[in-house]
Design a protein around this ligand. Structure first.
Ligand code: GDP
Length: 435
């Protein structure tokens, strides 16, 4: 059974939330004498998903003066036992230093954490909620435990995080890289080259998962898995079917991966179909690397690289963040470099920058290049915060969305990339108005 732990400072409404989620079930057992009023452990259910709910706030009752170390201990208990942690904050009270302490501990744990903003009794989400993004757990889930508002949405989010409802083929930290591209560009050859030259330690026999063949391996101490769309060759008599299935295979592989390696045939050049495949990876918010293969067959002058690169950047203009590497799956040239770049792109894809550092850069960018005005009003940028990773996602608070132009959005993104790298990963931006 998955375990869900409720964590938070005193008086944010943990036990009310606990009681509401567990529902009536608990009252029956509680009526007996001798059972403490503060139940901390109960079974709960939502849409046929059963789980254990623990209110860590009840583990050690607070004395009058609240000791931070107790809260820390509760957070640690939650980290040890929980599959999902509900980090409850007081949506009306703003962030306190204790909230920040708890957030730091939880963030480092790498556990699934849902940030729950309690005590919001109004149907409309108040602006103040957005301040909580800063804690680094993504969009706060707004509830009123007292009024039983938003609990269904919260429960939906909780069960989504359960191991059985997630793609848990591989442990956390394994770099999942899909090898995508048109037929005959050399995808299988590339995989064979990586696996065949004692470069890597192949963990075990490759497995077929859904519509792709998975090959886990270790390279320089890091764990990877190649998700290969070429390896699965189904016998289909009608070529149209093959085409359709290959699109589905490509999409599935991209969906399951962190980083996609788009293999392009150097003797053919970059095509519209390559652009389409790159588009899938971009839309799905995945890291992307462009591997120009069969480079051994190209007659090179001192301009060849640059011309190729220019061509690719033109055709794939929406993914200029993707690094380009020229390889030969046949000779093995720069295949090690490609492996190194996969790791670098994965690092970008999972990178988190602090709100302080981000805002230094935003402020600098605004000074360097004033935001646009419209009918005498100027776009104001209050502050930004990174709310997610895989891919990195930012929320930027501004005065009026109508004043925001695409070119200025682009400019901000470029400034962020200039300062923090983020090579190979798309960045997502959400602009929110703040009164
Ligand atoms: P896939 O359909 O993308 O998996 O492509 P394959 O790996 O089956 O390769 C298609 C053809 O290109 C095969 O005949 C390979 O031998 C050849 N090939 C693949 N990579 C290279 C390369 O780097 N150099 C050369 N010269 N030939 C290659």
């Amino acid at each position: 059974r998955p375990v869900v732990c409720i964590v938070g400072r005193p008086n944010v409404g943990k036990s009310t939330l606990f009681n509401k989620i567990v529902g009536r079930r608990i009252a029956i057992t509680e009526d007996r004498p001798g059972v403490t009023r503060d139940r901390i452990y109960a079974e709960a259910e939502w849409l046929n998903n059963y789980f254990i709910l623990i209110d860590t706030g009840g583990i050690e009752p607070y004395s009058d003066d609240i000791i931070l170390s107790q809260i820390k201990r509760q957070a640690e208990i939650a980290i040890d036992t929980a599959d999902v942690i509900l980090f409850v904050v007081d949506g009306l009270g703003g962030i306190t230093s204790t909230d920040r302490e708890i957030a730091n501990i939880l963030r480092k744990s790498g556990k699934e954490v849902l940030l729950v903003c309690n005590k919001i009794d109004t149907p409309k989400t108040p602006d103040e909620i957005y301040e909580f993004y800063e804690l680094g757990f993504g969009e706060p889930i707004v509830v009123s435990a007292g009024q039983s508002l938003g609990l269904g949405d919260l429960l939906d989010e909780i069960i989504k995080k359960f191991p059985e409802n997630k793609d848990t083929d591989y442990e956390e930290g394994v770099i999942k890289a899909s090898i995508i591209g048109k037929p005959n560009v050399g995808k299988s050859s590339l995989i064979n080259n990586v696996l065949g030259e004692n470069r890597v330690i192949v963990s075990n026999v490759p497995g077929t998962t859904r519509d792709a063949v998975d090959t886990p391996f270790t390279y320089k101490g890091d764990k990877y898995v190649f998700i290969d769309t070429a390896g699965v060759r189904r016998k289909r008599s009608i070529s149209e079917n093959i085409e359709r299935y290959s699109v589905i295979r490509t999409l599935t592989a991209i969906e399951r991966s962190d980083v996609s390696i788009l293999v392009i045939d150097a003797t053919v050049g970059v095509t519209e179909q390559d652009a389409k495949i790159a588009g899938y990876a971009h839309e799905r918010g995945k890291g992307l690397i462009i591997a120009v293969n069969k480079w051994d067959l190209i007659e090179k002058s001192n301009k060849t690289y640059r011309e190729f690169e220019k061509n690719i950047k033109n055709t794939l203009s929406f993914v200029t963040y993707a690094p380009i590497v020229f390889i030969s799956a046949k000779t093995g040239k720069r295949v090690d470099k490609l492996l190194q770049i996969i790791k670098e792109v994965y690092n970008s894809y999972t990178k988190r920058i602090s709100t302080g550092v981000l805002n230094d850069i935003i402020n600098e960018a605004v000074l360097l290049n004033q935001p646009p005005t419209d009918k005498g009003r100027r776009l104001k940028i209050y502050y930004g915060t990174q709310v997610g990773v895989m891919p990195p996602k930012f929320v930027i608070f501004i005065n009026d969305k109508e004043l925001l132009h695409f070119s200025y959005e682009r400019y901000l993104e470029n400034q962020i990339r200039l300062n923090f790298g983020y090579e190979g990963t798309p960045l997502q931006f959400e602009f929110k108005e703040k009164g």
